[in-house]
Design a protein around this ligand. Sequence first.
Ligand code: GTP
Length: 321
Amino acid sequence: MFKWLRKKDKKETAEVPEEKKLLGKFKERLSRTREKLKEGLGEVFVIERNVDEKFFEELEEALITADINIDTIKRLLTPLRIRVSQGELLKTSEFKEALKAEMLKILSLEPPAFPPEARPAAIFVVGVNGVGKTTSIAKLGYRLKKSGFSVLFIAADTFRAAAIEQLENWGKRMEIPVIKQKLGADPASVVFEGLKAATSRQIDVALIDTAGRLHTKYNLMEELKKMARVAGKAVEGAPHQNILVIDATTGQNAVSQVKWFKEALPIHTLIVTKMDGTAKGGIVLTLTHLFKIPISFIGLGEKLEDLEPFDPKAFVEAIIP
Ligand SMILES: Nc1nc2c(ncn2[C@@H]2O[C@H](COP(=O)(O)OP(=O)(O)OP(=O)(O)O)[C@@H](O)[C@H]2O)c(=O)[nH]1
């Protein structure tokens, strides 16, 4: 399970919701994905029936509507087909539990500990524009502060004035210092200056906001590589964690986004946002299956408290009707 670290001298906080509360929130916020699956799966699962070829066809269709891609569906259903052909799982209720178990196998990748142990821990947050990067940084900052860590934001998206401003506003609201330079400044220089400041101020965690778009994709990727190199000159081993933010409502384009960013940086973990507003929650299965990159957090709403550690079991229970 996900390892959420706390500051050593800080007593248990109410940060990580207990299992039951988390399941409740997952069920409430992931209801659109569940409803979508229910439209298709309800027919398949509600009435006890024989698990036959027609059943598999209906099941496949229902899974596609939740944005699970064909390869992932094959991965899910092949072992189940084999068991059915051996005379197992002939009751739909048994089959449903076995399907959940297969989903869990795909999703149960261990995310890296958060925050990483280095001090200052330098965390790159990357992703295309509008996916919820800045909001996610704010939410992470909020969680970190509540758990007793000191935090610094680094506004390295110097391409857009609004991005710097947005981060500054969040910083003001949460009393988190923000390191920025003027619009159009070299992002690598902002990173360097930011990490130097984090070191001298003995900050625990520096969250680095990066650009989601430049003139070309090539420029963007080269820029990210340069920022990572420069980060390593400012703080040993930096960046210590690269988080790619994906918007769940994007659908299958998310697959291309992971491919692009993986070319620039090793992606250690994902945050999948806007899971509350979409029926496409199945994208988390697709991404973990295709890339074997663990998901640390999912966005379940616009409020600061709405970024939750990704709990595969609660997720599966919440989406399967
Ligand atoms: N419902 C919902 N909305 C979210 C979530 N995460 C982010 N948003 C909203 O998505 C919108 C875009 O978020 P930003 O944080 O501005 O996106 P960004 O990737 O930083 O965009 P740029 O800074 O413009 O590149 C905002 O209106 C957020 O409130 C989420 O988990 N659920």
